[in-house]
Design a protein. Structure first.
Length: 135
């Protein structure tokens, strides 16, 4: 394997990692209002084209096509998750007749409330049971 294979692997890792902070932010905030649908459609088409190009290149030389295949597989998967989450929130907000930002804030507050209740319940060794005496 030549040096350009290793440069390709480094570039693939950098490209694949660049989508991770976006996914982490969405998981933390539950907010996809800032995601632009047409941009993600174009980006996913680009990922698919690069993936196909990597596959076609790999048929002649695996060393030159493999980094592209790896990078676009990871990027395409992460971006697809983000895009699906965006569409889910977009259509749910439209159905609820609120803005997507408002919907995402409600979703986040419900998630935080659920986490708080689970935390409270997990800190009690025994459930509190009130004994009622019959008269």
């Amino acid at each position: 394997m030549d040096w350009y294979f290793y440069i390709g692997l480094i570039a693939s890792a950098a490209i694949a990692v660049f989508t991770v902070p976006q996914l982490v932010n969405i998981v933390k905030t539950k907010n996809t209002a800032f995601i632009n649908i047409p941009m993600y459609i174009i980006y996913l088409i680009g990922c698919l084209c690069f993936l196909l190009g990597g596959i076609l290149t790999a048929t002649t030389s695996l060393a030159s096509g493999l980094p592209l295949i790896i990078a676009q597989s990871v990027c395409g998967t992460i971006s697809s998750i983000i895009f699906i989450w965006k569409l889910k929130n977009y259509f749910a907000a439209k159905k609820a007749k609120v803005t997507e930002l408002h919907y995402c804030k409600q979703l986040k507050s419900l998630s935080d409330e659920y986490k708080r209740k689970v935390y409270e319940l997990s800190n009690h060794a025994e459930p509190k049971v009130e004994i009622v005496e019959e008269k």
